[in-house]
Design a protein around this ligand. Structure first.
Ligand code: XMP
Length: 514
């Protein structure tokens, strides 16, 4: 285990992902974690992250100097690097201008373990104003840039290393090699964190924890809950019951696909609750987007709680929480008590009602990043379509039909959306997009079909590329593919006579229209 001590930098999750890519298991801990707690984890190494603050400011995150003396190798990055210098009474100064962007690093000591297989000059990503003017006693400078006299330093005796640049971002050409060097050469990590071991160990741990009890999992058909279901099925087979609430707002045939996958490929009890009509009646006449979201969310949980109520005693509650969900919510691992668990959803949080009392909560993917979850999914034999499924909002097509939702509109949208998906997949374009779908704005326009004037629905295509969905670019799908989609939608889907393409990025637009 490597501990990543979080001082608030924007790339901290990226550091963790890079470490995992080196097949080394790591966990991010807040800088407020007491030293004793860190020592108790027996880490092979500790990484101090960057952070937006200045070490001079006493309100900035600091840490006890003792950490430098516990004999565990440390790598400081950016703010973490300055913090090591500051803790060791080196001299940290504020530069008149920041060093920002791609900068040439000059390795001044090629023999440094950090720079094994790294050329003497390479590009690194810098983003700092403070810099180390003089390293603390016992530290040697091993790298510099034109403006930064100490871009890397080391204390080989204490196995403490520090870099001013960000090895975790891809702009740093040899960043991953530098991290790998720290992990393998300095910390002597063996690099045996691989997903096969994860599956084997997790399945064993799940069997041990669950024993002969039952487990209930809410399955949405999304990547995380599907992979959690696959793991639990492998661990305890029929002791697992997956409850799949189909509110009738999924994409075309999606509910059937989920059902077929889990009933035919995995050993478990699969319960599908079809409640499309109920949802439609609750949504009748409702046009306000937030109101619609609220109704869909509330009804969803009502149905779900009703389904599992009475099955809780003597059983566990499982969910597909993944590592970023835990870091973002700042909650750490679930404490295992079902009633204090906040149930995972994207935009809504739901607390389990007090009258449902499980023995505990199980989050088998709680330590994994999304790409690792996908790898596990592939290894478990979950169909590619589910493992690589694009994000789909909890309220489903409900937020893609502007205004009142009716069964007829759902059908029209499902058909149009299906054509879009079909064309993207036939053209091999799927993997280049982060998310793509159709929207039914509830607008009729005039058209002409044969000799007839039509007055029918407009449908919009939305397609984006993004890393994190906080910002997104509209996707530049080639015109000929768009032309094909438009042609097919207007020809194949009844009640659509016009197709438009949304060319708005986020911001100012959001990905969804509602
Ligand atoms: P926006 O529209 O906020 O979407 O730019 C960003 C990402 O979040 C998804 N999204 C939702 N997911 N419940 C969800 O589970 C929701 O209410 C919801 N609204 C948006 C959206 O599909 C995109 O991936």
């Amino acid at each position: 285990l490597v501990v990543i001590l979080d001082f608030g930098g924007q790339y901290n999750q990226l550091i963790a992902r890079r470490v995992r890519e080196c097949n080394v298991y790591c966990e991010i801990k807040p800088y407020t974690t007491p030293l004793e707690e860190i020592k108790a984890l027996h880490p092979k190494g500790i990484i101090f992250t960057g952070g937006p603050n200045s070490v001079f400011d006493m309100s900035s995150p600091h840490y006890t100097k003792e950490i430098l003396e516990i004999g565990v190798p440390i790598l400081g990055i950016c703010y973490g690097c300055q913090l090591i210098a500051w803790m060791g009474d080196g001299e940290v100064k504020t530069a008149p201008v920041s060093e920002y962007g791609k900068i040439e690093l000059q390795v001044t000591d090629p023999a440094s373990a950090l720079f094994r297989d790294v050329p003497e000059t390479s590009i690194v990503w810098m983003s700092h104003t403070d810099y180390i003017a003089t390293p603390p006693e016992g530290y040697q400078i091993v790298g510099k840039t034109n403006d930064c006299p100490c871009a890397a330093m080391q204390n080989t005796e204490k196995k403490i290393y520090a870099v001013q640049f960000h090895p975790e971002v891809t702009h740093s050409e040899y960043g991953k090699q530098i991290l790998r060097n720290f992990l393998y050469e300095v910390c002597a990590c063996s690099g045996d964190w691989v997903m096969d071991n994860f599956i084997e160990n997790t399945v064993a741990a799940l069997r041990e924890k669950i024993g002969d009890k039952k487990v209930i999992l809410g399955l949405s058909g999304g990547v995380d809950s599907s992979v959690a279901a696959g793991l639990l099925s492998r661990a305890v087979g029929k002791q697992l019951t997956c409850v799949f609430v189909d509110q009738g707002l999924m994409r075309k045939d999606e509910g059937d696909f989920v059902e077929q996958t889990f009933t035919t490929m995995f050993d478990m009890n699969f319960v599908r609750v079809n409640c499309g009509e109920l949802f439609m009646s609750k949504l009748k006449g409702v046009t306000d987007p937030e109101e619609k979201r609220k109704i869909i969310g509330t009804e969803f949980y009502k149905v779900f709680w009703n389904e599992i109520r009475g099955q809780a005693e003597d059983g566990f509650f499982a969910q597909g929480t993944i590592y970023p969900d835990r870091i973002e919510s700042g909650k750490g691992k679930s404490d295992g008590k079902a009633n204090t668990a906040v149930i995972k959803t994207h935009h809504n949080m739901a607390k389990m009602p007090d009258d449902i009392q499980f023995l505990g909560v199980i989050e088998p993917l709680g330590d994994l990043f999304k790409d690792e979850v996908r790898e596990v999914g592939e290894k478990l034999g979950i169909p590619h379509e589910l493992v690589w499924r694009q994000p789909f909002p909890g309220p489903g097509l409900g937020v893609r039909i502007i205004g009142e939702i009716t069964a007829e509109k759902v059908k029209i949208l499902q058909e149009a959306d299906w054509v879009l998906r079909d064309e993207m997949s036939k053209n091999g374009y799927e993997s280049q997009l982060s998310q793509f779908f159709c929207v039914l704005p509830g607008v009729n326009t005039v058209g002409v079909m044969g000799d007839h004037r039509t007055y029918d629905n407009l449908v919009a295509i939305r397609a984006v590329t993004t890393d994190d969905f906080m910002t997104a670019d509209w996707a530049k799908i080639p015109y000929d593919i768009l032309a094909k989609v438009s042609n097919r939608i207007t020809n194949e889907v009844e009640h659509i006579n016009r197709v438009v393409y949304d060319i708005t990025s986020k911001p100012p637009g959001t990905v969804e229209w509602e």
